[in-house]
Design a protein around this ligand. Structure first.
Ligand code: PHE
Ligand code: ZN
Length: 878
């Protein structure tokens, strides 16, 4: 295990590298336990650096065999080698070539960082600091080199040999071995290096770029799974076309490759020309994948592809700038999906995700700015704040300066910084320049953590015919940031007239809006010429990642739900009414009273199931109640997950009663007809059908359970089957057990389907769920070394099952602490991610809070914690 380094890395201490590496020649001779890596590095002192600096290279779990400078062997005392570095105290003062030969053991690599094995194949993962596990290097993103990689391996086991760039040579290497040489002409940081070798199947296609170049496209999968690679291939072509049309960005190598591997710590990785994917985000067929899988694959293929420009051609100066590539690339993939599918539905589902994970993070002990100022372990900063809030910041930028200036700023950024490793300041400067806006206050979005709370009060003056909005913003304290400054908050709004039309916005005699920037703690806006009291529609399309408190009444909200021209706010209005009802319901239950009902909520939700509603995907979003996590966040403190679950179940049962007929009618009307298609419209119909089914089965109602069981048995596609199983799994019935049993029988040999089966069982809000999870862990289907299995069973339990993880007796917490302890010895990165389940522990009611704290303290007291887990535990407890 890696020795813990207690010294943090600070943004304020950034210094350019003392040395640069212009070219890397890697020679990798594959062997399961002793892969030999010879790295020839063309090094020179950085002209910006100090004279006489020592050269200190990063390294981890490496076995140094030999070292030479300009062909002359180095002696041991010319070198200082530690477990994490190799130092040349007196390197040459001009350019020189350093040749290092190291041995690495891919079979022993359970961290899945550096060179490791996945189901027999060799693959690499280098972001953020994995390249140092392949050879000694200046493993930092501001050192850009041109790579040439020669891979040699046994032809029988590794017929496929891949690396970044273009293939330049292949041939026999004697002894049943062969080799391939790859050259990547684009200078890149080490974290974008990749190598894959194995016996893989491939699907091939081609794309002709906007300038007429032909690019070979290849998707590599395990043999026998080629027929599951076509959707990924189609998604690559769609992404390439979209980036040309939307941002004028063309692909820049002769070949673009995607490899699906079954052991992978994250979702996917944008290595130059050779994206490596978790296989769950590549493989899809109607028999094995759900609508959600199809949508995820399309989005993640796009995300990694878009990194080619936002991340690879222009990369990050240091890891504090991670959001420079991630926030921007998430924004780009969100836009892509919006164009491919439904824009409002995409926005709603992104905002649901942002609130449920990022707002939760921002409200707890792990809160950090989009651009952190300090870290102990960079692996722990691949967070919803960096990614999803980072994307919101880009979206606000576009909202504030307008789409034309935004595109012009992007063009300038690509133009000016191509080939460089950049900072957020350099990025934002491009937009300041093209728009003439002063962006200094806007930059606070990168440096200030926490979700701003905006309070809006309104007043109509019938005599003056004015409508006044008073907006107050406040950002709560977060770790290390007690006091906050005012942010630039784009408020997109409309004043909605009786008939649903927006009245013209006039402020100070001039036309205003529809976006008003709130820049001070208090802002008053007085709209003039307002003939009748309008209903304000606030933060349309979720124009800023803030929490809104307002004096909007339930009547106003129900009016907006019907009349607002903004589809996001029609949805938001229903959500807000439901959320208020649920919060009141929780309070009632905790005081021993029955929750009171809001009949007009049933009416608003019922409209989703009206036969006249043609946008089913959107209707399904209207029908989906706020989650238990949403309610917990709204309550904020002294949270009792059982009471929240009860209040939500109570509401679902009452909706079932009130809407029984329309729900049943919708379920029947939306029954599958004809062959499966994963397109957005068909997926929307299935989503609405399942929303109806979920309500029909609320409270374990027999007829609903029977319907679900019937759908499970007769399903003609995986979406219906999995969703029916999901609905069944919520209620302790015989049908549930039978269906679970059947699913295992049918799909027990397909790991990705077992993941769904694990996840469904681990998420069930039933008292025996933890026991089940524990017995499933003991089954041969489970594998602690495979991150997908761990996430679908343990991750789903810890992060997706509020009542059972937060069992009042603390067993859930103890269980997670035990698993994390065990997993930390083999894969600290995944272990640390599981601990994200504790991000909200401080908001729990006192008994659970005590129990969660003692589970965390037990971890903190362990003698040998990895840097990854240690960092999360310490911050969670701080
Ligand atoms: N850079 C990857 C992505 O967002 C995520 C990743 C990070 C993958 C670290 C592996 C390791 O697209
Ligand atoms: Zn990314």
């Amino acid at each position: 295990m890696r020795a813990e380094d207690p010294r943090p890395v600070r943004l304020a201490e950034y210094r350019p590298s003392d040395f640069l590496i212009d070219a890397v020649h890697l020679d990798v001779s594959l062997d399961p336990e002793a892969t030999r890596v010879t790295a020839r590095l063309a090094i020179r002192p950085n002209p910006l650096g100090p004279e006489n600096a020592a050269l200190k290279l990063d390294g981890e779990d490496l076995n140094l065999v030999s070292a030479e400078i300009d062909g002359a062997p180095l002696r041991v005392d010319d070198l200082d080698v530690t477990p994490s570095s190799l130092t040349l105290p007196n390197p040459p003062r001009g350019p020189f070539e350093l040749t290092l030969t190291t041995l690495v053991d891919p079979s022993a690599n359970t961290r899945l960082m550096g060179l490791y094995r996945s189901n027999g194949a060799y693959c690499t993962q280098c972001e953020a600091e994995g390249f140092r596990r392949i050879t000694y290097f200046l493993d930092r993103p501001d050192v850009l080199a041109v790579y040439t990689t020669r891979i040699e391996g046994p032809e029988a086991e590794t017929p496929i040999l891949l690396s970044n760039g273009n293939l330049v040579e292949t041939g026999p290497a004697g002894d049943g071995r062969h080799f391939a040489v790859w050259h990547d002409p684009h200078p890149k940081p080490s974290y974008l290096f990749a190598l894959v070798a194995g016996d893989l199947g491939v699907v091939e296609d081609a794309f002709v770029t906007m300038s007429g170049r032909r690019v070979a496209l290849k998707v590599f999968v395990e043999h026998g799974k080629e027929d599951r690679a076509h959707h990924a291939m189609e998604s690559i072509k769609a992404s390439m076309r979209w980036d040309e049309e939307t941002f004028g960005r063309e692909y820049d190598l002769d070949v673009f490759m995607v490899v699906a591997v079954s052991y992978f710590n994250m979702g996917a990785m944008e290595n130059k020309g050779l994206n490596v994917f978790n296989d769950k985000y590549v493989l899809a067929s109607p028999e094995t994948a759900t609508d959600g899988d199809y949508a995820n694959i399309e989005a993640i293929i796009a995300h990694e592809y878009f990194h080619n420009w936002t991340g690879n051609r222009i990369t990050c100066r240091d890891w504090f700038q991670l959001c420079l590539k991630e926030g921007l690339t998430v924004f780009r993939d969100q836009e892509f999906t919006s164009d491919m599918r439904s824009r409002p539905v995409k926005r709603i589902s992104d905002v649901r995700g942002l609130r449920s994970v990022q707002f939760a993070e921002d409200a707890g002990p792990l809160a950090h700015p989009v651009r952190p100022q300090i870290y102990h372990e960079i692996n722990n900063f691949y967070t919803p704040t960096v990614y999803e809030k980072g994307a919101e910041v880009i979206r606000m930028l576009k909202t504030l300066i307008g789409p034309e200036a935004f595109r012009a700023g992007m063009d300038l950024y690509f133009d000016r910084h191509d080939g460089q490793a950049c900072t957020i300041e350099q990025f934002i400067a491009c937009f300041a320049e093209v728009s003439g806006h002063d962006m200094s206050q806007f930059l606070r979005w990168y440096d200030q953590a926490g979700t701003p709370e905006v309070d809006i009060r309104t007043a109509y003056d019938p005599d003056r015919k004015t409508f006044t909005i008073d907006a107050t913003q406040k950002t709560p304290p977060t770790p290390g940031q007690q006091f906050k400054q005012a942010m630039v908050i784009p408020l997109a709004l409309g004043l909605v007239d009786e008939d649903g039309s927006d009245i013209p916005l006039v402020v100070g005699g001039a036309h205003a809006g529809p976006v008003i920037a709130l820049t001070a703690e208090n802002t008053r806006i007085v709209f003039e010429n307002v003939e009748r009291r309008p209903v304000p529609s606030l933060f349309r399309n979720f124009s800023a990642p803030v929490k809104l408190r307002s004096d909007q009444t339930v009547e106003d909200l129900l009016f907006l739900a019907r009349k607002d021209s903004d589809p996001f706010n029609r949805w938001q209005a229903v959500q807000t009414v439901a959320l208020r009802g649920l919060v009141a319901g929780v309070a009632a239950l905790r005081e021993g009273r029955e929750p009171t009902e809001e009949p007009r909520l049933a009416e608003a939700i019922g409209r989703a199931f009206d036969p006249a509603e043609t946008d089913c995907a959107y209707a399904a979003q209207i029908a989906a109640l706020p989650s238990e996590g949403d309610v917990a966040r709204e309550i904020g403190e002294d949270v009792d997950p059982d009471a929240i679950h009860s209040a939500r179940s109570y509401l679902k049962a009452s909706l079932r009663q009130r809407l029984a007929e329309p729900l049943a009618a919708a379920f029947d009307r939306l029954a599958e007809r004809g062959p499966y298609s994963p397109d957005a419209a068909a997926a929307g119909r299935r989503a609405l059908k399942i929303a109806a089914l979920d309500l029909l089965a609320a409270g374990g109602e027999r007829s609903g359970v029977e319907r679900a069981f019937d759908l499970y048995k007769t399903a003609s596609n995986m979406t219906d089957r999995v969703m029916a199983l999901q609905v069944l799994s919520l209620h302790a019935t015989a049908e549930r057990e039978e269906a679970l049993e059947d699913f295992a029988q049918r799909y027990g040999t397909d790991p990705l389907l077992i993941d769904k089966w694990f996840l469904i069982q681990a998420s069930a809000p039933l008292p025996d769920t933890l026991d089940r999870v524990q017995s499933l862990m003991a089954s041969p289907l489970f594998d602690m070394k495979n991150p997908n299995r761990v996430r679908s069973l343990i991750g789903a339990f810890a992060s997706g099952n509020p009542t059972q993880f937060n069992k009042a007796d603390g067993r859930g917490y103890g269980f997670l602490a035990d698993v994390v302890t065990e997993l930390d010895a083999t894969n600290p990165q995944v272990a640390a991610r599981l601990l994200g389940a504790f991000r909200t522990w401080r908001s729990l009611e006192p008994q659970r809070r005590r129990l969660a704290e003692s589970a965390l303290q037990r971890l903190a007291a362990l003698p040998r914690l990895s840097a990854d887990v240690g960092d999360i535990v310490r911050r969670a407890l701080a």
